[in-house]
Write a protein that binds this ligand. Structure first.
Ligand code: SUG
Length: 430
């Protein structure tokens, strides 16, 4: 059974505004100059690699930025240029929110429950409300519009709106699925945070997780807490310290509040369960967060499993040594490591796993996905051309008040939609 990878194409407004408290990379790089063109090309190279590994690859689109609707809702009025300038003069931090290219991290777009797990035998997708961070809370309407278009066939798909914003939901980044094979019924592990009194917010509310599991009709759901220490070390989403694929859980030993209970439950319920764990004395939580080794894409390929890793993992000696051992160990199916330069996204705390939403589908359901969201080599070539021609080469923080940059980013997105044959009206845009 194939697993569609829906990567978020990095939008033309990609910048470093340090908007996510608890995301150490993003806050450290606040104010740096970004390279949107290079960022998008790095993302497209990842999509090309995964396509080459034999997986179906697709994309989700960047959203319209800056989000003038947000600035108008905050009381700024006039022409678009006047709104941008006035807002920037008065509240540059708010304007940075409106410019954020954060929809690129599609692991936060939605939670997906494959058909084998759900009561009605359809694939269920719940768009995430991303309520904890202002720049991310504006994402869900445009994400929902895309999901409804891409997964319009109701015989196969049920697309849900967000859970109420009082209960933060960050989508698939806090969701693991373990199953003997993609097509077999699986155990869905919903991971939430607590971290009462900590420095950093827990972004996934247990009630949101339970609501999603309920709405999807998931027969086998486990709800477990992240370790507070992991959140404090910078694991603002659980996918910074754990990833699963098929029966394999690749995780840091200190990722979960009650590691032993989770391992026992999975061993009892998932045939062939295989734990690949990094002990804390071999890789510290800080090294795990710094290298993003667990933010890998763990993929089923023809001869086992492959890990798609960021360069930072290769550059962290203890992490790289551990990975070599994992690949050499025949007790797990991981056979290959693929290393990518994703530095532009990584500097905002987004690694390979953050950049993709996984949708496991039967061949028939895959054929029902709107083909404009699917990629092949020729479409990738075309998109590279669009990015090279239209995406800004660099954005410095002070440029976020500049209406010319707004025009450039809008034109870039229009060129992208045109290249894919998607009309703005299909996404509910004027
Ligand atoms: O929500 N960074 C994102 C990174 C998301 C990573 N996703 C997963 N772990 N699945 C976030 O913290 C930084 C943007 C800025 O600061 O401008 C940001 O939003």
């Amino acid at each position: 059974m194939p697993e569609l990878q829906l990567d978020g194409l990095v939008g033309p407004s990609h910048n470093y505004a340090g908007l996510s408290l608890g995301n150490l990379a993003a806050t450290r790089n606040a104010g740096a100059v970004s390279s949107p063109r290079a960022a998008a090309l790095q993302g497209l190279a990842k999509m090309r690699l995964v396509l080459g590994l034999g997986l179906p690859q697709g994309l989700l689109l960047p959203h319209e930025r800056p989000n003038l609707g947000l600035l108008r809702a905050m009381g700024f009025a006039g022409t678009d240029a006047e709104v941008l300038k006035a807002a920037h003069a008065e509240d540059p931090a708010l304007v940075a929110v409106a410019w954020s290219a954060s929809p690129m991290w599609t692991a936060n777009a939605a939670t997906v429950s494959p058909a084998a797990d759900t009561a009605d035998g359809r694939t269920h997708l719940s768009v995430a409300n991303l309520a904890t961070m202002a720049h991310r809370a504006q994402e869900w309407p445009a994400t929902l519009a895309q999901l409804r278009l891409a997964f319009a066939d109701r015989r196969h798909f049920a697309v849900h709106g967000p859970v109420p914003p009082s209960f933060g939901d960050e989508g698939a980044a806090n969701h693991l699925r373990l199953a003997p094979a993609h097509e077999a019924p699986g155990v869905e592990v919903f991971v939430h945070g607590v971290n009462a009194g900590g420095r950093f917010p827990a972004r996934q509310d247990v009630r949101a997780s339970k609501a999603v599991a309920r709405r999807h009709g998931v027969a086998a759901a486990l709800h477990v807490a992240q370790a507070d220490a992991a959140i404090e070390a910078g694991a603002f989403h659980n996918d910074v310290v754990a990833v699963a694929n098929g029966p394999v859980l690749l995780a840091h030993a200190e990722a979960f509040a009650d590691r032993d209970a989770l391992v026992a439950a999975l061993a009892a319920r998932v045939p062939g369960f295989c734990l690949v764990e990094a002990p804390a004395d071999e890789i510290s939580l800080e090294e795990a967060v710094g290298s993003y080794v667990f933010n890998a894409s763990l993929l089923t390929v023809s001869d086992g499993m492959a890990l798609v890793l960021p360069k930072e993992a290769e550059e962290t000696p203890r992490v790289w040594r551990w990975l070599q051992r994992v690949v050499a160990d025949n007790a797990n199916p991981i056979q290959a490591l693929h290393v990518l330069d994703l530095r532009e996204s990584m500097r905002n705390g987004g690694g390979p796993a953050c950049l993709r939403l996984r949708v496991q589908l039967s061949e028939t359901a895959l054929a029902a996905v709107d083909p404009r969201f699917r990629l092949d080599a020729a479409t990738l070539d075309r998109l590279e051309g669009v990015v090279a021609r239209w995406w800004p080469e660099r954005i410095a923080p002070e440029e976020l008040g500049n209406p010319d940059l707004m025009d450039q980013c809008r034109a870039a997105r229009r060129a992208l939609l045109e290249a894919l044959g998607i009309a703005p009206a299909e996404l509910g845009e004027a």
